[in-house]
Each structure stands twice: as C-alpha cells, then as structure tokens.
Write a protein that binds this ligand. Sequence first.
Ligand SMILES: Nc1ncnc2c1ncn2[C@@H]1O[C@H](COP(=O)(O)OP(=O)(O)O)[C@@H](O)[C@H]1O
Ligand SMILES: [Mg+2]
Length: 267
Amino acid sequence: MDGRAVWVADVHQCKDCGMKKTENVICMKKICKSFPLEIGGEQQVLFDIDININAGEFVAIMGPSGSGKSTCMNIIGALDSATSGVYELYGRDITTMNADELARVRNEFIGFVFQNFNLLPKRSVLDNVMLPLMYRGWVMDDRIRRAREMLKLVGLETFETYLPTQLSGGMKQRVAIARALAGDPKIILADEPTGALDSKMGNEILKFFNKLNKELGITIVMITHEFDIASYANRIIHIYDGHIAYDGPVPKSESVLTKSEAKVHAK
Ligand SMILES: Nc1ncnc2c1ncn2[C@@H]1O[C@H](COP(=O)(O)OP(=O)(O)O)[C@@H](O)[C@H]1O
Ligand SMILES: [Mg+2]
C-alpha cells in the first residue's frame, strides 16, 4: 500500500480509512470552539457553525481579523478539533480518529497553503516539494519525478536547486502550492494565501487557484479578510464574531456582507 485510499467499489468507501466517496466532502454541524483563558474560564470563538462544501467547489471564508476564520480552517483541515458539534470529512466523523489516522487523512486528502508559505528555509525548492511524499513512503526517484512535475505546473521548473530565501514572495507561494499539490490532494485549504504578497503576485496566485479548481476539479477553501480576494471564489461564507453571517454566491457588492453582520449583532 502506498498510502492512497483503496476504494471498495460497491460501497464507495475506503477499506482502510473509512472515508466515503461522497459529493458533500466537508460537512460541519453545529461546530463550536472554545479556547481556555490563562486567567481561567474560556473564550468561545466559533458558535454553531454549519458548513457544507461539495466536491469541486471554490469557497472563500471571509471575515475580519479575529472572527474565527483560521480556527475554522484548522478544524476543517483536521489540525485542531471542535469543542462540540459534528464534523464529517468525506462522510467520516473524524473526531473518532486517532493521531495517526488524522495525519494520514491530512496527508492524503488535503493540501495546505499558508500566508507565510511555511517552507523549510535551508532546503532546496525541490526538497520542499518532495517532503509530503516522504511521509507517504514513496521511493526517492518517484518523489523527484513528481516534485519536478509539480514545479513545472507552477512554472518554477528551472528553480529547483534554489533556496526559498532566494525567491520572491510570489515564487515562494508557488513552491508552497507545488508542495500542496504533490500529494494529489482532493482539497486545498489556503489561509490568507495572498496576505504576504503585492496585488500583482496575489492576482497570479488567485488565477492559479481558479485554474486548479476548473481544470483539475480540486475543491478549494480559501480564507481571506478581503472582499476583492474572496470574489475570485464561487461562493462566500462570511464569518463574523464566530457566527456565519452570510453563505451564498459572491454578491455584487460588499455591502451585502456588511448588512448580514446585523443578523449576528441581533443574536
Ligand atoms: N490557540 C489559541 N488559543 C487561544 N485563543 C486562540 C487560539 N487561536 C485563536 N484564538 C483566538 O480566537 C479568536 C479567533 O482567532 P482566529 O481564528 O485566528 O481569527 P481570524 O483567522 O479570523 O483572524 C481570536 O480572538 C484569537 O485570539
Ligand atoms: Mg487567521
């Protein structure tokens, strides 16, 4: 076994990990999240979040700083768990998984892209892209071949021996995307992927996400605090003070989202 899901055809379920081939790939029901406070007690950050995302969607989770977007993404990506509520990824309640199972699911199903790229600064571009495949147990030749393919996809095939520190911000983010894609993920979770880039480089990254979504059918969940960036997606989930204030198609104007915040205030 090379770490890939083995689908049992008739039940559409992986015999090893229990994930199902469902249309509704991310299903959150009444998710709440609280963090303990040092002074005692706790701070609730997410309140009864319901999110359903289907395979092939490009969704932006938008909201002001501190509204709970990253907390929500960490739960979606199985990097953190909810305090209460149900979260099913590919039809499997992941709260029942142990740490090894969770690591495997993350590695196989999800590609992560972060604002600050999270590249290993002392390793070459090629090494950085190969890394997730090492955890899959791929042999070196296969890892190199796949990493080179991915670097070609993001237009950086001539930079494989460079260190991340020698590259521009936009190029670093493309390396991070190549790394996220190396494992052939079904879902890309991107937390403020253009947050450290100027608008030109940011636009390039967003167009690339669009291409990955349209041409490769990858489900994309992108977090941003900016409406202009969220508008690249096909749907916006607006989170405000830990509540969902709006969930629907990209509105013509941001004022629709601002108005939806009143609903949260009224709670
Ligand atoms: N690990 C943590 N421990 C304690 N509080 C946290 C933790 N992570 C986030 N928070 C708090 O949760 C709130 C929402 O944070 P976050 O999800 O990062 O918001 P956003 O990504 O929308 O800016 C903030 O008040 C933040 O301080
Ligand atoms: Mg954040």
